[in-house]
Design a protein around this ligand. Structure first.
Ligand SMILES: *Cc1c(COP(=O)(O)O)cnc(C)c1O
Length: 424
């Protein structure tokens, strides 16, 4: 028996995370980057990053520069070494690389100034991505100032747009970007260590899109080679690519959602079919129960009415915590072995669940199946009782994807890590 939840909390199972990491690493057969952007998809970047390193990750990846700097601080504190400088050093779990793929928009002058965000990125030994010549010029200016101040040359990954139309240079613009990067490399201020892109439809294994991405990626490789660049690390695949497109694994895979025990596309394969265990369990105590007569309207707008005399439960989680309002009268909830749903609208900090009829068909009173202090679970890893809902079920009910369900969990919901094993 687990201790009951006395306040709302997200329990993060680090053993499940480590198991998921090993399943995915084995499937990949390549070095892997743990994608820990957005506070590790809502799971907590510090413990998740350290657990992934213990499970063999040699890269950590985030989107925002601020979170990369934050992560570098956490790793320094935890005694995780900086990687060797230079374009050829191979990272290890003890000295991993940190990659950050979004950068602030700066002029070269702003970028070169002491303390500028890009100077901070270089001081933090981040690998950085560049998609445009303007970004390259700003980064090269920062790198030049950094090298003049005694720092190592910057490490740059050129991003090609292979069909996602998000970041990345389109084929028409890549030759000029590669030429500019070659110029900066020749001046000794940076090294182009990577060429990379991102798949847009890896979760549709038979649609042909990933094959087109791979063809465009091969053309981009030829363009950068013609410019005289030698990117050592070519990377394209996230979880979906790693699982369903072996040809896209290249030199490195960037694994996000699978680590957290969720499938990129449950319609293709569920977590269970992939051998993955959801890592986050969102739970809260039932703070009170009450009996209401048939016909009683529930929550704002009275959009749900008790169909019979009814037992209701109150749960201190709401949309400010990240529980979607789209879950009105639908979001699944478990209390012990009882499987029920949210009833009525989700409030800012609270929601109401149906605890079932208060009278049987003969008009006899029925006891309330739950009481104050019992734990309500909104989503987590399926259990033998079959009652615990998954983030995938919440996603289906809310018309979204599991990524959004876990990532939008509010920062003020405590993350409580649990583990039986050591992850260091
Ligand atoms: C988020 C992200 C990933 C990880 O994707 P998953 O589908 O969660 O594995 C990989 N690469 C990039 C560029 C991303 O933005």
């Amino acid at each position: 028996m687990r201790p009951p939840a006395t306040t709302s909390r997200a329990v993060i199972d680090l053993d499940a995370l480590a198991r998921n990491a090993r399943v995915l690493a084995e499937a990949a057969g390549t070095p892997w980057m743990a994608v820990v952007k957005a506070d590790a998809y809502g799971h907590g970047i510090g413990p998740v990053s350290l657990t992934c390193l213990a499970a063999g990750a040699t890269w950590l990846g985030v989107a925002q520069l601020a979170e990369a700097l934050h992560l570098r601080g956490l790793l320094d504190q935890a005694g995780v070494a900086r990687p060797e400088p230079g374009p050829d050093a191979v990272p290890t779990p003890r000295a991993p690389r940190l990659m950050c793929w979004l950068a602030p928009v700066l002029t070269p002058q702003e970028a070169a100034a002491p303390g500028s965000p890009l100077r901070q990125a270089l001081e933090a030994d981040l690998d950085l991505s560049v998609s445009t010549t303007a970004q390259l010029e700003a980064l090269a200016a920062a790198c030049a100032a950094h090298v003049r101040a005694g720092g190592a040359p910057g490490r740059v990954h050129l991003k090609a747009d292979t069909g996602m139309s998000r970041a990345g240079a389109v084929p028409e613009d890549l030759p000029a970007l590669a030429a500019a990067a070659r110029g900066a490399e020749d001046s000794g201020v940076l090294d182009v260590v990577g060429l990379w892109s991102h798949l847009s439809r890896a979760d549709e294994p038979t649609c042909g899109s990933t094959e087109e991405h791979l063809e465009r990626f091969a053309r981009a490789e030829a363009v950068v080679a013609r410019a005289g660049l030698r990117p050592r690390v070519r990377h394209l695949a996230a979880t979906g690519g790693l699982l369903w497109h072996p040809a896209a694994r290249l030199d490195l895979v960037r694994v996000g959602i699978g680590l957290y025990g969720l499938s990129p596309e449950p319609a293709v394969a569920t977590s269970a079919e992939l051998g993955l265990t959801p890592v986050m369990r969102l739970e809260a105590p039932v703070t009170m129960t009450k009996r209401v007569p048939a016909g009683t309207p529930v929550s704002y707008g009275g959009t749900w009415r008790a169909p019979t005399d009814r037992w209701l439960g109150l749960v201190p989680l709401g949309y400010s915590d990240g529980v979607p309002r789209h879950a009105a009268s639908a979001g699944p909830v478990a209390v012990g072995t009882l499987r029920t749903t949210v009833v009525g609208k989700v409030c800012m900090d609270q929601l109401i669940i149906d605890l079932g009829p208060a009278v049987d068909d003969d008009g006899q009173d029925l006891p309330c199946p739950a009481r104050a202090g019992d734990t309500a679970v909104l989503w987590g890893a399926p259990e033998a009782t079959g009652s615990v809902p998954t983030a995938d079920e919440w996603a289906a009910v809310c018309g979204t994807i599991s990524y959004e369900i876990v990532t939008r969990l509010g920062p003020h919901v405590p993350r409580v890590t649990v583990s039986q094993e050591e992850h260091r």
